[in-house]
Structure formats: C-alpha cells, structure tokens
Design a protein around this ligand. Sequence first.
Ligand SMILES: Nc1ncnc2c1ncn2[C@@H]1O[C@H](COP(=O)(O)OP(=O)(O)OP(=O)(O)O)[C@@H](O)[C@H]1O
Length: 444
Amino acid sequence: METNASAASAAENHTYNIHHLHQPQPHGQPHHRDVLPSSSVLIIVIPIIIMFLILAILLLIVMLRRLQSAKCNRNPKSSKSVINNSNCTFIAHSTIHINSSPAEVKSGGCLYGTGSGRQPQPKLRDAQVFTLKELEMATDKFSEAKLIGNGTHGVVYRGVLRDGSVAAIKMLHRGGRQGERAFRLEVDLLSRLYCPCIAQLLGYCADQNHRLLVIEYMPNGSLQKHLHPGKNQSRTRPLNWGIRLRIALDCARALEYLHEHTTPSVIHRNFKCSSILLDQNFRAKLSGFGLAKIGSDKLNGLISTRVLGTTGYLAPEYASTGKLTTKSDVYSYGVILLELLTGRVPIDANRPPGEHVLVSWALPHLTNREKVEEMVDPALQGQYSNKDLIQVAAIAAMCVQTEADYRPLMTDVVQSLIPLVKNLSSAFSSSNSLRFNQPVSPRT
Ligand SMILES: Nc1ncnc2c1ncn2[C@@H]1O[C@H](COP(=O)(O)OP(=O)(O)OP(=O)(O)O)[C@@H](O)[C@H]1O
C-alpha cells in the first residue's frame, strides 16, 4: 500500500511538473512544446532573409557582368572550343583571354600603331570544319604537284577551297597521343588567337584517323627557304636589309602578342626559320604552334616540361633543365636575328672550328663595333647604315644572353625595332629609289 501511495504521489508530482512546464498560452493558444517567443523567431529569421537577399544580389551582379562581357566580346568563339564531327569530338579546355580589345587590335594592339602600316585585318573568322573529301578535292587528292612543304609533323599542300580561296593544307603524320595533342592544341590556340603576325587557321579536318589543318596560304613560303635554301630548292634572290628588318619586327610583334597580350601567356617553343612564313609582300607571320605551351600551369613564371623544340634554337637553361619561360622564346628570337644578320644557319658542322654554333661564334662580334661588320651576310653589303647595324646586333646580343633574366621582353625588342623600320620607310618614300634589291611594300 505504502508503495502504491508513494507511486501515486510521484505520479501526481510528475503531472504537476508537466502542468508547470506547459502553462496554457495567453489568448487561448494551444499548448506547443517548441514554440519560441516571437523575439527569438525574429532573431533567427531576419539574418536568414538578409543572407538570401545578399546572395540574390551577388547572383544578379555576376549574371549582369557575364552578360556585359558576352556583349563586349567580339570573338564569336566560346571560351571552350568544341571540335565535333561524326568521327571525332573533343573539347579544348584551356582558356585564353586576349587582352587587347577589338578596338586596340584595329588601331594598334598587335597591329602597328598609328601610321604603322598594316591594313586593318578582317575580323577573326570561325575555323571551318572540312571533310576529308573536301580537302581531297581541294588538293587534287593530295597530288605531288600540290605539295609545298615537308615538316617534322606533316606534309603541306596548296589547295583551292570550295569558295575559291587558296589555302595551305597540312596533313599531320599519325603521331599517336603526342600527335593528337599537337593537333588539338594548334586548333584550339589558333582559332582563338588573332594577330596579323600569326598565320590564321581557316579550318581543320578530323575525319577518322586523318588530322589536317587548313591555314592561310603564304605565297613566299618560309623564311628558311629564303635564307637557307636546300640543295633541291630553287634559289631565290637574297632578302635585302629592309625586308629582313621588317621580318624581324613582324616576328617580334607575334611573340610580344603571345607573351604579353594573351592571358595566360603562350610560349611558342618552336620558334625557328621554318615557322616564319612570308606573304606576297614578304611580311612575316608565325606558324607551327604544335609544341606551344600555355602558361596556365605556370609556377612562378616557370613551366617544367619535357625538352622539345629544335636544336640550335633552344635556350641553354631550357635545354639543360627543361625549365620553360617566355624568355626561352626570346632566346630563339635572338638566334633568328643572328640568322637574318649573318645568313648563317644556327648549327653548321661544315664551318671551321669555333664557328659551328652560330651564337657562340657571333656573341663576341656583336658587342665589338669593328668586328660586327665582319659577320654580316655578304649579300647585304652597302644596304645598311652602321648605326642600324650596331643597334640590331645589340638587340641580338641581349636576346641570346645565357642568363634568361638578362634577356629583354619582346615589347622592348619591338620598341627598339620600330624606329629602325620607320627610318627605312621614310628613306624609301623620300628617295623613291630602292636602296634595296627587292620591292618593299611602302607600308611600314
Ligand atoms: N601556310 C603556309 N603557306 C605556305 N607554305 C607553307 C605554309 N605552311 C607551311 N608551309 C611550307 O611547308 C613547310 C613545312 O611546314 P610545316 O609547318 O609542316 O613544318 P616546319 O615548320 O618546317 O617544321 P615542324 O614540323 O618541325 O614544325 C614550310 O617550311 C613552308 O615552306
């Protein structure tokens, strides 16, 4: 009984406690265990609403910005380049922003500034997708008669496209993964870069295992053909001083654009005589982007990579350690300047001892006023002023410095060459006589 009584009392107590906890709400509201005072509810709900509002505003700003940049971007390509045909689909993910605005490109940018001479170029046009059949038709089934060049990675044909325009059609060797990478890179890069000093990609074909690039046709072929014609190549008249200077400036512009007007910057990595193509006026355009490196994987400006490129043009630090920077291209550019100055190839085992490697032979001459004239291509005699020669030699000497940090930026090279080329044009127009042995377009 006692036990029952205490149990009853406990139960009573419990009920009492519960009743205390669940006091009826004012205004006859039902009992709710979790109901919080309205002030607490406001403390929780108001910050949540504010957070939502902030997020919505941020989202709105992002969307507006995207809309704005899409409007400003005259490049019709999306940042992801999609290559797609029945047999091959791939998406190039690397994104390159071209710093120069379309207006800049028209009036300056990669183009020459006011009075610089190059005609405003047509707007970047979409790379077209060609079928193998179309390119077969363009080249008479890749006939021998249409062959214009042979490179390490492919064979180049002259073709006439369906719209009647002439193009260079490069059929790449089947190169496994490396070859595929080079093809994708070249298509991806060239379809988004625009600079009058870079040979334009008109289209491509990725039909089954065939990989072809359709590039703007350059009637005067490569600089290699003119400076160092092969045994089987027809000899052309030696390029004169004015043309060589202008080629040097065009090439400097192309590299300046890649290094300093694209984000992330692009390292060409295979800058050499045969990658420089010449149009009908001997104006130069850069090609051969299959080994290019986009600086997105840069670490403090350095890319550690497998050493690729062409002997004689490789910067010493890149050749020995694989550390690649834009300064590796500057070194290769210096070698090209030396080739233009001397008419010699970068490596020539047939030369006397001490003269095999162009850079090692030329470097002591370049900084010596008396000796610099001894190294000039004999075909250039009488065409240059000593002042100009010394200046070009000094630029070359800076570019081929062993220490990469001492090499100039391509912008500096461009700025140093502009007055020399301008002087040439004024000499050309004032005397209206050719100091040169080949016609030079009066455009600077
Ligand atoms: N767009 C073009 N217009 C006219 N000729 C071209 C064009 N592209 C290439 N050629 C010719 O074809 C040759 C071979 O060019 P290609 O780009 O295949 O290789 P490369 O630069 O000589 O060497 P690599 O394959 O090692 O880069 C060039 O030297 C040039 O004479």
